[in-house]
Design a protein around this ligand. Structure first.
Ligand SMILES: Nc1[nH]c(=O)nc2c1ncn2[C@H]1C[C@H](O)[C@@H](COP(=O)(O)OP(=O)(O)OP(=O)(O)O)O1
Length: 253
């Protein structure tokens, strides 16, 4: 986390500005408060402006903007009883974050070949992809990755390692998709066709990017050369990739 907070005093006003950056959560929280001090601790008062903003994945939201403030000695509180609350979205920062759903994706890389499944139904039907799906209530992301791999391909991973986090932004869905990508080289069992996926092995040079999600050629080479990465991908009409950013990172958590 990187942060700073500064206070100033000028013409009888106080001003405080603060900024917190949470690079791992792609998130920046900032605020500005301007107030005139209470004359004494028994007469809380004063005009003030309080503005908070939270920015995540490049989307900035106003948290609160208000005109009434209680200041009693050292204690400050945001009041909403008197005065006007303008454009008050929420004072709860969590509520202002775009919702995200967690998903998993497992790629098996074994003896120079990559195991991909042709998706037979649902989201991404007609594309080759790794194996994965939504994280369910009560399970960890790792448990979900292992479960989805077994359900969709019939194999059990024995050396699963998280290598990437990809965030997908769809213009027709306000919920962000946070996909945790796992790399596997060892497993038990033979892959077989399931209701959801038909698996096939591909040599790395023959990965069928033409029948895969448009983001895949941008990060599979990182995955298959031992790197860790984080990326954001923006889609319109579900499958058209309009912009992206991707970077190699030291660790993914
Ligand atoms: N742009 C994209 N690029 C990619 O490579 N994989 C993507 C992707 N967008 C989604 N995925 C993956 C993530 C996940 O593994 C899968 C989507 O999961 P599903 O909807 O199949 O989940 P479930 O199997 O839980 O669904 P149900 O069939 O409803 O049970 O597609």
């Amino acid at each position: 986390m990187r942060s700073f907070i500064k206070t100033f005093q000028t013409h009888g006003f106080y001003l405080a500005v603060g900024l917190w950056k949470y690079p791992q959560a792609h998130c920046t929280v900032s605020f500005r408060i301007c107030w005139t001090p209470a004359r004494n601790s028994r007469s809380p008062s004063s005009s003030f402006v309080w503005i908070g903003a939270i920015e995540r994945d490049g989307i900035k939201r106003l948290v609160a903007k208000s005109e009434r403030f209680l200041c009693t000695g050292q204690t400050m509180a945001i009041g909403s009883g008197e005065g006007t609350n303008q454009e008050l979205v929420s004072t709860n920062l969590e509520e202002t974050l775009p919702a995200r759903k967690l998903l998993t994706l497992v790629i098996i890389h074994h003896e120079e070949k990559v195991l991909l499944g042709m998706k037979k139904r649902g989201f991404g039907k007609g594309y080759y992809n790794g194996f994965g799906g939504k994280v369910e209530k009560g399970e960890t992301i790792e448990e979900a990755a292992a479960r989805e791999l077994e359900e969709e391909s019939g194999v059990t991973a024995t050396d699963m390692e998280k290598r990437g986090i990809l965030t997908f932004h769809f213009d027709n869905d306000p919920v962000l998709w946070e996909v945790h990508v796992f790399y596997v080289t060892k497993f038990l069992g033979d892959p077989y066709e399931t209701e959801e996926m038909a698996p096939s092995w591909f040599s790395v040079a023959d990965i069928p990017y033409d029948t895969m999600w448009a983001d895949d050629p941008l990060w599979y080479p990182l995955l298959l050369t031992g790197q860790r990465f984080k990326g954001d991908f923006f889609f319109t009409n579900t499958t058209t990739l309009t912009s992206h950013s991707i970077g190699v990172v030291e660790s993914v958590s």
